[in-house]
Write a protein that binds this ligand. Structure first.
Ligand SMILES: Nc1ncnc2c1ncn2[C@@H]1O[C@H](COP(=O)(O)OP(=O)(O)O)[C@@H](O)[C@H]1O
Ligand SMILES: [Mg+2]
Length: 406
């Protein structure tokens, strides 16, 4: 099937909340009146106003907007958790609004998996049973559903935890169980509503990376909702920006960044340009430091795994950086002293700093220590991560400048 085939389409969809959704509020919304004004005049809330977009098979389509802009309402029309006031929702050629009862249930189960910000895992069931639950409901036999669940767990890297219960897993891991559950029935479509929004920035980025890696294996169609523009630009093949119930712009991340359709979008992307809003805490990874009093040969062994390690003292403060070459040099001199091998000129960053501030430091090629206000080591940043992240943004702004000035 051609890649350009669309699998989800919303066409001129309106959704009005209130006792008389097709009354005056609808007329006002149709006339293009802003949702605040509609609310003032009619007491009804405009969820969606003339929303049209189509999602192509195999793409990650991200709907991005501030809270209340209609993102959840939009995704909920796709699985008919919401009826629409007017307009059409097509999924794989099927007019979703026409589905009822068992037919609707079966359609949801077979066609789509859903992951939400806060979804409930069954606390007393183990991970594999949580993942295979949907298949159990579909009366798939035990061995088949266990096999499917294990495949899904493997995709999200949680195979070793199949027999654990959810409370034994971290928040990020629980969210991966949710993703595995959605993948278990091998649906064509994944609906993800703020699926990563409750996670710490660090875990969140890992999840974004993982989702992209999984996607390159499974080639689903993913409708992904977020209020975070960075997340949208990072994972989206195309991004749809919503505001107050209407679609403001649809485009590739490049188009959104370089040709913002309105002042609203421009304002949003202004911060992204130059890597200004990418925070250190979003790129930092666990520091995995070694202690300053580690035995020399242990330190040497540790440095066989990675070329350099940050060094902490008893209180967890970062006291320097140890590189394999420094350690080997000291060993050759026959001193076997860790202290004399540690360099103290380590670049240090604050987690709330932004990446572009680290550009010069990153250029030195040394890992950057991320410390809190008391000097305690809380993470590290690899210089390549900074350069990669800024490189991506720079490539976009370069393209923009070429377009504008040449
Ligand atoms: N069930 C509902 N009843 C009334 N108003 C609702 C309901 N669901 C959503 N809304 C309103 O619709 C608008 C869009 O909400 P929503 O789609 O949840 O936004 P988002 O997901 O972008 O934060 C908001 O103004 C919200 O208050
Ligand atoms: Mg929402």
């Amino acid at each position: 099937m051609p890649d350009n085939e669309e699998i989800i389409r919303l066409e001129e969809v309106f959704k009005i909340f209130g006792p008389q959704p097709r009354g005056r509020a609808f007329d006002l919304a149709k006339a293009g009146v802003h949702k605040n004004e509609v609310q003032k005049q009619s007491g009804h809330v405009v969820g969606l106003s003339d929303v049209s977009f189509s999602v192509k098979k195999g793409e990650i389509f991200v709907v991005m907007g501030l809270s209340g802009s209609g993102k959840s309402t939009a995704i909920r029309t796709v699985n008919k958790l919401h009826d629409v006031t007017s307009g059409q929702v097509l999924v794989d050629g099927v007019d979703v609004q026409q589905l009822e009862g068992k037919e609707l249930q079966a359609f949801r189960r077979e066609k789509m998996g859903m992951v939400f910000q806060h979804f409930a895992l069954f606390p007393h069931r183990n991970v594999i049973d949580n993942v295979s639950y949907g298949l159990k409901v579909q009366k798939v036999n035990r061995s088949e559903r266990d096999a499917a669940a294990m495949r899904a767990l493997q995709l999200v890297g949680l195979q070793p935890y199949a027999d654990n219960v959810p409370s034994q897993l971290s928040g990020g891991m629980q969210q991966r169980v949710g993703l595995a559950r959605a993948l278990a029935s091998d649906p064509d479509i994944l609906l993800m509503d703020e699926a990563f929004s409750a996670l710490d920035p660090l875990i969140r980025r890992q999840m974004q990376d993982e989702l992209m890696a999984i996607q390159s294996e499974v080639h689903k169609t993913i409708l992904f909702i977020t209020h975070d523009l960075n997340e949208a630009l990072r994972i989206g093949d195309r991004v749809c920006i919503m505001k107050d119930g209407v679609v403001v712009q649809i485009g590739t991340p490049e188009e959104i960044l370089t040709q913002p359709a309105t002042g609203y979008v421009a304002e949003f992307v202004q911060d992204v340009d130059q890597g200004r809003v990418i925070k250190v805490e979003e790129v930092m990874v666990p520091a995995e430091p070694i202690h300053i009093e580690t035995a020399f040969d242990q330190a040497l062994a540790a440095l066989n795994e990675s070329a350099e390690r940050l060094v902490v003292d008893d209180s967890g403060k970062c006291v320097g950086l140890l590189t394999r070459s420094d350690l080997e040099r000291v060993a050759k001199q026959g001193t076997q002293s860790l202290q004399s091998a540690v360099r103290t000129d380590v670049p240090v960053a604050d987690p709330s700093q932004t990446l572009n501030e680290l550009y010069a430091e990153a250029g030195r090629g040394l890992p950057i220590a991320c410390c809190d206000e008391n000097g305690l080591l809380i993470g590290r940043i690899d210089p390549t991560a900074v350069l990669e992240e800024l490189g991506r943004v720079e490539a976009l702004s370069d393209a923009f400048e070429r377009e504008v000035y040449m």
